[in-house]
Design a protein around this ligand. Structure first.
Ligand code: PGA
Length: 882
């Protein structure tokens, strides 16, 4: 055991014992003994004991359904406790997260030693912008109830981590821990109902309320302190380089449950939550700002009857409190569909909140009370800049084909022909003519079908939304200039005067390769250039491109398209923000934040960072204030580093090798996924893909359309399914074969050069190693034997052999004897979980087999429940599930 992690291991043992006690009390010694036996056998099996492995398999096959359920619950809960201990370890003084601020310190040190001009550094900090987009992607497997319990456990671990606790204090904390572990055991860990988009949005609000509201000011204080220490520079109060946007209730791509009505309601609920949070802030300021000396500007803020107030700051706060309260009542009335008149002093714009508070802030400083100004008042000011009265801005997202259908219905209604059938040139011509025409286009009294109506209603919601409520309109599966112009026209049709950014999302290999040409065509249109007014956002889709072409080819296409776009926009002197649509897991473009940012092409972060954060990753990266502080420090330091000390431009020879490997890996990947006739049947049998659809994870259906093969399946269930059976095919298939190809051509030394000197390639191999470390071919083989017809076994064997060869190939390039030799923390955390995931995998294969054969309804309910718990437990163990 690595001593560095002993504190985490002892917490894991302590929580495990508490769980064991809870199980004993709830179900009796027999169940507990069974769980313990399985745990011991799994441990020996992990250490290579074949006999223990066989005994374990036999034991599981012979268990009755009820026992399978108990054991699945025990291991699932245990893995969640391991995660909690690991999360606490991360933020504890010994952990990884606590070292994030050091990354900034180190960066500032190197900038100083490289004699960077203060002006250059200041410029980089002024330009720093981090926008995290919380999406509604259905990958968070844990219920909020369970998440809250684990958060409370985390807080107990933190309280226990003090050497000077009195015995009675320790006993109190242990008693609480016992209760919490017990609460978890008696709670149903699987959601019974699918969340609605509004539930999802509220979940997002709770992340802001419970973590970010505190975490953002914490981050800004830490960042400011480091700036002062290193350069004697203060972060200006107005400059809050971190913002949040949400897709929860705004992303309607493939989700018919997100309607225009829902979007409007979500925005209203967000405003309500923001008012509540600011009310709590102002209440603190009412209590604390009892100072008497102030500048005239503060007196000027006061209503006539308050001008002579002896405590002027407090009087300003009370005025604000009253406005917030009235605004609150008004929004509640709107949510209740009551007909009410808006009060005169309704708070709508952020500056209405900012101005009085900032005036007080300045006055406190002018009157020698800067210590007080820099207290809670400063935090509230920064929250106004970061969250504002809208709490979080919404992105609207829809698939390009839906817009095409809407315009098609319109042109047919107007007897102009079929828009969908026109060539790209014809479409553009029509769109540009209409965009520049003053004539209304919408037929009088038109009653289009429901889908078209929804598109128009959504545009109307955007039209009516508050200035700062909508961040952008993202077009999934964007392919051609007309896809972007179409959205502008739809917005114009409803007379929307807002110029919101319309953002193409390029997300297949072909579309990434064409991204530059599509954007160039748009930029060559004078109307378009004028419309975007010097700013453009383009979204890069990581997961669908990986699903389309395999991870290696997709990541190279993402790299190249970003590079091309950066150069293109530089030529046109237009500000480009690249928006990264990354999933949490490696197969969907996930990667540790710092490494991911530093491996991007030079110049790609100049416009700032906009990136998606999804599902369980929101919890892992932003779920607690200290964790959010650490993640934001990581992001900030990586962006500054990438902009001030950009990664090297790849050598031509490296590019050539990447081109060659990309083509070959894509061919290899597609030769299995698309071309092997038996692949789809094999996939459906050997993974829990079908069963996953029954897990009520999110409001969105798991397929783009009913029927169809892999192409109709969304990227999330595709990756999720392969993660469950531990072969993780999409995350590695093709990459190793391509590496072998170039090694066989005698280019191994060049690959090593790339690995050591090119962050992009280094990160790629690092991600492959991480996937390999989580894969378990022997477990996959067991799934195959239990679930797949023997005629298909050769395909599985071929894939497993490929995986073994691939691992060896990567190790010969990195020159390591084991995987992730340079990432000890992740290696430790994978090893720690493996003993507990393996039994869950075996249980899952068994339950899948029973569920697929069973006809008895009562028994099926138990089997189904057990199955869902194994899915949840494996996801918890593998951390980034979808
Ligand atoms: P999407 O996202 O299916 O919503 O495009 C895919 C992903 O995040 O993996």
């Amino acid at each position: 055991m690595n001593n560095q992690y002993s504190s985490m291991r002892s917490n894991v043992n302590m929580l495990g014992t508490l769980l064991g006690d809870a199980i004993k009390r709830a179900t009796g010694n027999e169940t507990f003994d069974l769980v313990e036996k399985i745990r011991q056998l799994s441990k020996s099996a992990q250490q290579g004991n074949k006999q223990a492995h066989n005994e374990l398999l036999k034991l599981i096959e012979n268990l009755n359904n009820q026992d399978l359920l108990h054991v699945a619950r025990a291991f699932n809960q245990f893995l969640n406790l391991v995660n909690t201990a690991a999360e606490y370890y991360g933020i504890s003084p010994h952990g990884e997260a606590s070292s994030s601020p050091k990354k900034m310190t180190e960066l500032f040190k190197s900038l100083k030693s490289l004699n960077f001009a203060p002006q250059t550094i200041k410029q980089a900090i002024d330009n720093l912008s981090i926008e995290l987009v919380l999406t509604a992607h259905p990958t968070e497997i844990n219920r909020r109830t369970m998440i809250n319990t684990y958060t409370a456990i985390n807080s107990c671990l933190s309280q226990l981590d003090h050497n000077d606790l009195a015995d009675y204090e320790k006993e109190r904390i242990m008693r609480r821990l016992k209760q919490l572990v017990c609460q978890a055991w008696y709670t149903d860990e699987i959601r019974k109902k699918r969340p609605t988009p509004l539930d999802e949005a509220k979940w997002g609000f709770s992340v802001i309320e419970d973590s970010l509201w505190e975490g953002v000011p914490l981050f800004l204080r830490e960042f400011n302190d480091q700036l002062v220490d290193a350069f004697n520079e203060e972060l200006s109060v107005e400059h809050v380089p971190v913002k949040f946007t949400s897709w929860m209730g705004g992303d309607r791509d493939g989700n018919p449950n997100v309607t225009a009505k829902v979007t409007a309601r979500v925005m209203l609920q967000a405003r309500l939550k923001a008012i509540e949070l600011f009310l709590a802030d102002i209440q603190i300021l009412v209590r604390e700002l009892s100072m008497t000396e102030c500048s005239q500007s503060v007196i000027d803020l006061l209503d006539e009857q308050n001008k002579a107030a002896s405590e002027p700051y407090r009087a300003v706060m009370k005025q604000l409190r009253s406005r917030l309260t009235k605004t609150h009542s008004y929004i509640v009335a709107l949510l209740n569909n009551e007909q009410v008149l808006a009060p005169n002093d309704l708070l709508i714009k952020n500056e209405q909140l900012w101005t009085p508070l900032y005036t007080c802030y300045e006055s406190l400083i002018e009157n020698g009370m800067s210590t007080i100004a820099h207290g809670p008042l400063l935090d509230t000011l920064r929250r106004i800049k970061s969250f504002g009265l809208q709490l979080v801005r919404l992105d609207i997202r829809q698939d390009s084909s839906v817009h095409t259908e809407a315009l098609d219905a319109l042109t047919k209604e107007l007897n102009l022909g079929s828009y969908a059938a026109w060539s790209e040139e014809e479409k553009q011509q029509f769109l540009l003519t209409e965009l520049q025409s003053n004539r209304p286009l919408l037929p009088y009294n038109w009653q289009p079908d429901e889908m078209v109506q929804e598109v128009l209603d959504t545009c109307r919601v955007i039209k009516k939304a508050g200035e700062e409520s909508i961040a952008s309109y993202v077009i999934s599966m964007a392919k051609a200039p007309s896809d972007i112009l179409a959205v502008y026209l739809l917005l114009k049709i409803v007379d929307c005067q807002k110029n919101i950014p319309v953002v193409p999302l390029f997300e297949t290999l072909e579309d990434l390769n064409n991204a530059k040409s599509v954007m160039q065509k748009l930029l060559d249109i004078p109307w378009y250039r004028e419309k975007i007014n010097g700013k453009q956002m383009v979204m890069i889709g990581y997961s669908d491109s990986a699903k389309d072409a395999g991870t290696l080819a997709a990541s190279w296409a993402q790299y190249r398209s970003q590079e091309e776009l950066v150069n293109l926009f530089e030529q046109y002197n237009i500000n480009l923000v690249l928006f990264h649509g990354r999933g949490g897991s490696i197969g969907r473009g996930g990667a540790p934040a710092h490494a991911a940012l530093l491996s991007q092409p030079p110049g790609s972060l100049k416009g700032g960072l906009r990136v998606t954060e999804q599902g369980e990753m929101i919890r892992f990266k932003l779920g607690l204030p200290e964790v959010a502080l650490s993640s934001l420090m990581l992001y900030a330091s990586a962006i500054l580093q990438a902009n001030l000390l950009p990664p090297p431009e790849p050598k031509q020879v490296w590019r050539d090798i990447m081109d060659e490997m990309s083509d070959y890996s894509c061919q290899c990947y597609r030769s299995y996924i698309r071309e092997k006739a038996e692949f789809v049947d094999y996939f459906r049998a050997v993974t829990p893909e079908t069963e996953l659809g029954r897990l009520p994870l999110g409001s969105r259906p798991q397929k783009r359309r009913t029927g169809g093969g892999i192409e109709s399946l969304r990227a999330i269930p595709w990756i999720f399914a392969w993660t469950q059976n531990r072969l993780m095919v999409p995350s590695w298939l093709g990459a190793g074969s391509a590496l072998r190809l170039v090694i066989n051509e005698g280019k191994k030394e060049q690959l090593r050069d790339m690995y050591h000197n090119w962050p992009f390639f280094n990160a790629r191999l690092g991600m492959l190693e991480m996937v390999y470390a989580k894969a378990a071919p022997n477990i996959h083989e067991y799934y195959e034997q239990r679930l797949v017809s023997p005629t298909l076994w050769p395909l599985g064997e071929e894939l497993r052999n490929l995986l073994t060869n691939d691992i060896n190939t990567v190790l010969t390039i990195t020159d390591d004897i084991s995987l992730m030799a340079d990432l000890p923390w992740i290696a430790e955390s994978v090893a720690l979980r493996n003993t507990y995931i393996e039994p869950l995998n075996l249980l899952q294969a068994e339950l899948l087999s029973r569920s697929r054969q069973n006809t008895d309804d009562d028994e099926n309910t138990i089997v189904e429940q057990g199955l869902m718990i194994t899915i949840s437990g494996i996801a918890a163990g593998m951390r980034n599930s979808g």
